[in-house]
Structure formats: structure tokens, C-alpha cells
Ligand binder design. Structure first.
Ligand code: AMP
Ligand code: GLY
Length: 420
């Protein structure tokens, strides 16, 4: 069969790499793809958000399956448009993707259906928000309502910092229209866990757990990023907590979306915090996490195509999904200056043969391939990943490969897998 993967980051590279293993797949397109994906799939120069362009391509080339990986095409209704053209697509429709696209929608859903999450209030103007902050004090969490590439969240340690964040988001429009509304949340503490789950709207099958490291620098310092590295499994996600999450969060969320007439089919990402009062939802994403996919998918033993088909056909409960018992680690190599401003087009070295480390795989995120050379082409550049029997071994291998790769200004965290 022929598969089209929409997107062009490290997550999409991991998806393409996983699909390549399926004996059922004989051709993969990736739109737009990137320099590394080009070695494993036919890259097509269509922007991930170009719905008309993508539908036209799909009508002409007739993929048997389209995987819509990033959040913005999902939020824009890519799956609806593909389905309307008679093309089978994996991912939630627009009315369900809102669970990620609007934080206020997600918070209201959780409140209505008693799904544990941080206390919150939603504001449409800065004056009311500032008054609320003065009343509640710090630390306090300020979030732009819409999509902001994982950067629209400010953990304010003081009232002044919180007020400044509100002004930046609502008045200066630092995140554009994403900041028309803001959500202000109670500050929670505890280890964070990412659980991605397949769901066909009838049943939910969680994947192996993972942990993202969102801050830019070692010791969880610096700004929030899209993710600087991941490990799987997450050591804080015990069987007992997994059961509690299933009963109090996963199933109730699927049921809540059904009751709202917004059945979710695809990969639902639960960003959880294991607080002293039990697991709570920090955020939902309507898609595979990036770089969570880079550590979860390498541990998948079942054919990903079979899972996607079962989700689309609403037959997921019939399928047994198997996972490798070992571990995986991913270290993101980013451009100097990321997550603020950074240069592109810097030549990269040492990429041949996955850094020469057995068991390592380099997923390309922001790279370009030209005349036999790789160049940086984004903030997060590479996800250097390794699998092994234990987490320590996986980390050792991933860092060994990182050590072989270089480009001017490259920065990465040295403590992936070592912090809460
Ligand atoms: P989000 O984009 O909503 O996942 O938030 C990004 C990161 O900010 C999360 O991964 C947490 O580390 C942190 N965060 C978000 N909300 C809270 C909260 N209510 N309390 C503490 N930390 C939070
Ligand atoms: N790594 C977090 C995300 O994909 O949103």
C-alpha cells in the first residue's frame, strides 16, 4: 500500500521510519518532509497546512492511508477535507482536534466531566486577568489559549512576572491571535508523564509512557521549548498510576468527547502531572508528541499500519498492541539561540550512519539536504535516539551518537533522563 505522512519534523521522521518496517507498505510520501526523511520517503513540497494542495495531491496519487501528524493541519480540518475526498486519514477531525487547539475548551471539558486538572479561570481581557492574579498570588501559570508551538506557557514565580506575561500575551500579542484569550492556572507540582494513546472513539489503548524535557537548558532552566529530549518508559509511571489514569482520565476523556459530539479518533496525547493529590491533566494534544514519538514508536512491535486501519475502522478493541520491554532515549540537538532566535543553513557534520553508534537512530527535525550535504533548517534540528535493554544503556548510546555529530552553535541538554 501507499502512505502519505503529513509534516516535516522529527516526529514525522519517526513515523516514516516505523511505517518503513511494515511489510504492507511499498511507498511513502512525506509532505513536506525534511533532509533526513528524504532518505526514507519521497518528499513532496506541499506545506502541512495547505489543505487544498494536499487534497489535490491525494486525489491524484491515491494513497491508501494518510497520517496527519502535526497539530495545525488537524486544527484546520485536514482530516475532514481528506475524508470528504474519499481518502482514508488517521487523525482527529477538526471538531475533536479542538481538545488541543483551545486550552479553554480542554479546561471546560475537564471541569464538566470531573477529569482531574489544575484549577483555572479563563479571561478575555487583561484587566480582569491582572485583578485575578493579584488576588491569587504566585507561583501561578499563564497560558495563551490557542496554539503557540509549546511556548505559550509562562510559569510566573512572582505577581509582577505574571502581570508582565499577561500584558505580553494579551496586549503585545506575543503569540498573535493565540493570545486573544488566556487561561490562568493553579501551579501544580510533581513529575510529568506523557502518555500517548490510540483511540477509535470506542476504546483507548495507551502506548508505553514517556517523559519530555521541556526546558531549554540543563537542570530545567531556561524557557519552555517544544521538547529537548525524551525517555521511555517514564520511571514515575507505575502500574498503579497507569490504572488510576485509565479510570479517572483516559476513559472519561474519550467518553466526554463522545458526549460532546466530538468523537476523537487518532492519537490522543495526555500530558500528565503526578501530583501529591494524584495524576492530573496538564494538557491534551491531538497527535503524537514530538519528541515523544521518537522514543515510543521504536518500541512498537505491532504493525503501525494495522493500528491506523483499526482506528479508522473503529475496530481497535480487536487488536493486541505489543511493545518492546526495553527502553529508548532521545536527545534533541538544537540550533544556537533556540527557542528564541536562531540561524538556519549551517552545515552539519557526522551524520552518516547514525553517528556510527549501533542501536542509534538520528531523526531529522529541522534539516535540509543539498548537494550531498546536510544543513540546519529549524530550531530543533535532530532527535538523536537509541534503544537498549535499559534506560542507562539507551542514554549512553544516544549521547555517544550526539558526540559524533556537530554543527556550529549546536546545543543540547546533558541531563536527559536525569531530572524530574
Ligand atoms: P503545556 O503547554 O500546557 O503542556 O505547558 C507546558 C509546561 O508548563 C508543562 O509541561 C509543565 O511543565 C508546565 N505547566 C503547565 N501547566 C502547569 C501547571 N498548572 N502547574 C505547573 N506547571 C505547569
Ligand atoms: N513534546 C510535547 C509536544 O509534542 O507537545
Amino acid at each position: 500500500m501507499k502512505v502519505l505522512v503529513i509534516g516535516g519534523g522529527g516526529r514525522e521522521h519517526a513515523i516514516v521510519h516505523t511505517l518503513k518496517k511494515s511489510p504492507k507498505v511499498d511507498h511513502i510520501w512525506c509532505a513536506p518532509g525534511n533532509g533526513g526523511i528524504a532518505a526514507e520517503a519521497e518528499c513532496v513540497a506541499i506545506k502541512a497546512t495547505d489543505i487544498d494542495g494536499m487534497v489535490a495531491f491525494a486525489k491524484e496519487h491515491k494513497p491508501d492511508l494518510v497520517m496527519v501528524a502535526p497539530d495545525d493541519p488537524l486544527a484546520l480540518g485536514m482530516v475532514d477535507a481528506l475524508e470528504a475526498a474519499g481518502i482514508r486519514a488517521f487523525g482527529p477531525r477538526k471538531n475533536a482536534a479542538i481538545i488541543e487547539g483551545s486550552k479553554s475548551f480542554a479546561k471546560d471539558l475537564m471541569q464538566k466531566y470531573n477529569i482531574p486538572t489544575a484549577g483555572y479561570a479563563v479571561f478575555e481581557n487583561s484587566a480582569d486577568a491582572i485583578e485575578y492574579i493579584k488576588k491569587n498570588g504566585a507561583p501561578i501559570v499563564i497560558k495563551a489559549d490557542g496554539l503557540a508551538l509549546g511556548k505559550g506557557v509562562i510559569i510566573a514565580q512572582s505577581v509582577d512576572e505574571a502581570i508582565e506575561a499577561v500584558k505580553e500575551i494579551m496586549e503585545d500579542k506575543k503569540f498573535g491571535d493565540s493570545g486573544n484569550n488566556i487561561v490562568i492556572e493553579e501551579f501544580l507540582t510533581g513529575p510529568e508523564v506523557s502518555v500517548l494513546a490510540f483511540t477509535d472513539g470506542k476504546c483507548v489503548k495507551p502506548m508505553v509512557s514517556s517523559k519530555d524535557h521541556k526546558r531549554a537548558f540543563d537542570n530545567d532552566e531556561g524557557l519552555n521549548t517544544g521538547g529537548m529530549g525524551t525517555i521511555s518508559p517514564n520511571p514515575y509511571y507505575t502500574d498503579e498510576i497507569a490504572k488510576e489514569c485509565m479510570d479517572t482520565i483516559f476513559i472519561p476523556t474519550i467518553e466526554a468527547m463522545n458526549k460532546e459530539g466530538r468523537t476523537f479518533k487518532g492519537c490522543l496525547y495526555f500530558g500528565l502531572m503526578i501530583t501529591p493529590n494524584g495524576p492530573k491533566v496538564i494538557e491534551y494534544n491531538a497527535r503524537f508528541g514530538d519528541p515523544e514519538a521518537q522514543v515510543v514508536l521504536p518500541r512498537l512491535k505491532t504493525d503501525l499500519v494495522d493500528i491506523c486501519e483499526a482506528v479508522i475502522d473503529e475496530k481497535l478493541s480487536d487488536l493486541d498492541i505489543e511493545w518492546d520491554n526495553g527502553a529508548a532515549a532521545c536527545v534533541v540537538m538544537a540550533s544556537g539561540g533556540y527557542p528564541v532566535s536562531y540561524k538556519k543553513g549551517i552545515e552539519m557534520f557526522g551524520l552518516n550512519d547514525n553517528g556510527g553508534v549501533d542501536g542509534a537512530t538520528v531523526y531529522h527535525a529541522g534539516t535540509k539536504y543539498e548537494n550531498g550535504k546536510f544543513y540546519t533548517n529549524g530550531g530543533r534540528v535532530l532527535g538523536v535516539t537509541a534503544t537498549a535493554d535499559t534506560l542507562d544503556e539507551a542514554l549512553e548510546k544516544a549521547y555517544a551518537a550526539v558526540g559524533k555529530i556537530s554543527f556550529e552553535g549546536a546545543h543540547y541538554r546533558h541531563d536527559i533522563g536525569k531530572t524530574k
